[in-house]
Write a protein that binds this ligand. Sequence first.
Ligand code: PMP
Length: 456
Amino acid sequence: PVHPLVGKTAGSAALHEEAARYLPGGVTANIKYFDPYPIAMDSASGARMKDVDGNEYIDYNLCYGALILGHGDPRVKRAVLEQLNRMGTTVLGTPHRLEVDMARTLVELYPGIDTVRFTNSGLEATLLAIRLAMAWTGRPKLAKFEGHYHGGYDQVLISVHPKRRSENRLPSVHPDSRGIPDYYLKNTVVLPFNDLDGTEEILRRHGHELAAVIIEPVQGGFIPPKMEFLKGLREMTRACGALLIFDEVKTGFRVGLSGAQGRYGVIPDLTALGKVLGGGFPVGAVGGRREIMDICAPSARSSDILSIGSQGKESRASDTLFHSGTYNGHPTVLAAGMATIEALRRPGVYAEVEKAAEALRAGMEEILKRNGVPGQTVGVGSIFNLVLDEGPINQIQDILRSELSLRRRIDYALLDQGIYVKPLNRFSLSTAHTPDVIEETLDRFERGVKQTVKGR
Ligand code: PMP
């Protein structure tokens, strides 16, 4: 597709050309690329970003949903600066007060969390959750859902972007990247989201060898779970002895202060958090049942993995589950996260953002109808997606059946009109997306849709 921005984004084009000399593909993450070159931003405030050419956009990507308070929230910035000044350094590399306070906050808010470990990303959080499940059960396999993303590593980079399949078939195992060892393909079971019968059929076959079932309780942050499906999955995993891991990296602090487990009342054994928790800084966390989490508690003899070999036969580091990280529990990051959670705890905050999302979704659907584009918005709380299909949307296969090429053309027109979305990606809202911003967005959206329809 021709980038409608070519001409007014010369600075992005030039930066991309320079970037490609030093960074493969000119990007630091594959998902940041789109044709013919991604738009490079320069600054942001509230709901808006400015690119390197000075074009202004209303941001609906919000760093992939992380910035629920919008860009540069003054409370978060102040907390970070105060923390740096009070502490006198950037990081301590020792236990400190703030990690205890943040852990207690998560334990209080998340019904499935008794104790917590911090990581530096959502990826590391799901990785640790899966290792905990493997250690706890002693079982070799993991089940995940088709279309669900848990980070870009071997164990879970499987069937995230599946091929279309006919409705009566069950999902298959496909690597989403080169370089995924066969071992992981053989030890991964792929399940159909929101399909209780299909899931039951597969679990009946594989349940006994599964360490865990990992799931995004809201797929991609926008496809809601059917209640009977989520409850049924909880019962089935319990029955077959596999742990249930909720990947709440997107839903945590997004669909409510207590995440999807709070919203739907289904409690997992382990929970992974990230994104919003870091208030715009890199973070992740794993929490869960105390007895499971306790297997990563260091014992005196195993606390120093570097001294393996100098210890006696009976004291081996592998007696415990190893989890570490130079920057785990980073105080500057946790200060941003604490300030974010504090802001989210004010009464009515979630209701307000969700009302803005509802108004935007209703307006967008109205505009689609007015312009003869069949489609709908699908979402939960403050995140939704635009799906150009009018049938029920329950899982990734329904998205694959929708009009993706038209959607992509609309997304480019939206960029042209000053609405920032990653093509084909979700829309995330923040507390900075006030009613006047929504109104302005709808004007721009209508112009973008008209521009697309006219060009058809
Ligand atoms: N799980 C889910 C549900 C996610 O949405 C993401 C990030 N998009 C991750 C895990 C990985 O998190 P990170 O990018 O922080 O490693």
